[in-house]
Design a protein around this ligand. Sequence first.
Ligand SMILES: Cc1cc2nc3c(=O)[nH]c(=O)nc-3n(C[C@H](O)[C@H](O)[C@H](O)COP(=O)(O)OP(=O)(O)OC[C@H]3O[C@@H](n4cnc5c(N)ncnc54)[C@H](O)[C@@H]3O)c2cc1C
Length: 276
Amino acid sequence: MDLYRVETYLKPASLTEVSGWQADWNWLAGGTWIFNQVQPQVKTLVDMQRLGWSAIDVTSAGLSIGATCIQNDVLNFSFPTDWPGAKALKDAVRELASFKLSHAATVGGNICLALTASTFAPVMVALQAKYEIWRLAGEPYWVDAADFQTAPQQTVLQPGEVLRSIEISSANLTQWQTRFKRMAVCTAGYAIAIVVTAYHPQTQQVRFGLGGSVPAPCLIEFDTLPTPEQMGAALQKKIFLEDERGSAVYRQHITQVLMQRCLAELTMGTLGACRY
Ligand SMILES: Cc1cc2nc3c(=O)[nH]c(=O)nc-3n(C[C@H](O)[C@H](O)[C@H](O)COP(=O)(O)OP(=O)(O)OC[C@H]3O[C@@H](n4cnc5c(N)ncnc54)[C@H](O)[C@@H]3O)c2cc1C
C-alpha cells in the first residue's frame, strides 16, 4: 500500500530524539497494519526499529516483553520449563495463522492496534500483565492489561505515548496453567470469540480473558471452579459484538462453549468426572 500522504520518516535511536509530536504522526512498528491500510491521517511515521529495545527477558520478577518484540520470537523462545502459563503466549502466535504477520508484526503492535480479534490481548488479561507506557515528556506509567483497550481500535494511549514493555509476574507464569481457544466462521478468518483461561490447580481459582466476541478484551474471575450456570450468569453482564460474522447471542453462546472446553481440559485428572 502506498501511503501517499506521508511526508516525513523519522528513525530515532532514542525517544529523546522525538519532540514536537503532532496529531498526524504515527508510530511504526512492524508496519503490517500501517502498510496494509489507507492512512489518510498520517503524514509522519516514527519508526521504532532502531530503538534497540530488548525482545524478551526472564527476570527475578517474571517476564518482560519489549513492545517491539517480533511475534514469532515469542514462539521460538525457550521459557523456563516450570512456567505452564507461558503456553498461552505461544498459542497467541500459533493462532494468528499467517506466516507473514507473525514474522514481521510486533507484540506491541498487536496490542496497540487493539483489534477485537487480537490474539495477544486476552492472553495478557488472563495472565494479569501490566503495560509500561512511555511519554515523550513526563514519567512512564503502568496500566493493567484489562484496562488498556477501551473499544475496538481504541486504547488509553494519548498522542505521542508509546507502549514500551509488557510485564508478567512469575507467580502468574509458574502457578497458573493456561488454555487458548479461538473460534472463527472459517478456518483462517477473523475470530468471533477467543477465550484464554488461566487455572490455579492448588486454589482452583479461574480467570477467563475474553476477546473476539466483546468490544474490548475483558476479564471474568472466579475464586473456585465455576459451574456452567455461574459462567452463563457472568457472561450475561457483558456486552457482545453483533456484526455480519455473528450475532451477539451466538457470540455469547460460543464464548461459553470455549470457556467450558478450556476448563474440561485444564481440570481433566484433578476432578473425578468432567463437569463441563
Ligand atoms: C489483514 C490483517 C489481518 C489481521 N488479522 C489479525 C487477527 O485476526 N488477529 C490478530 O491478533 N491480529 C491480526 N492482525 C494484526 C497483526 O497481528 C499485527 O499485530 C498488526 O498488524 C500490527 O503489528 P505491527 O507490529 O506490524 O504494527 P504496525 O502496523 O506497525 O502498527 C499498528 C498500529 O499500532 C501502533 N503501534 C505499534 N506499536 C506501538 C507501540 N509500541 N506503542 C504505541 N503504538 C504502537 C501504530 O502506530 C499503528 O497505529 C491482522 C493484520 C492484518 C494486516
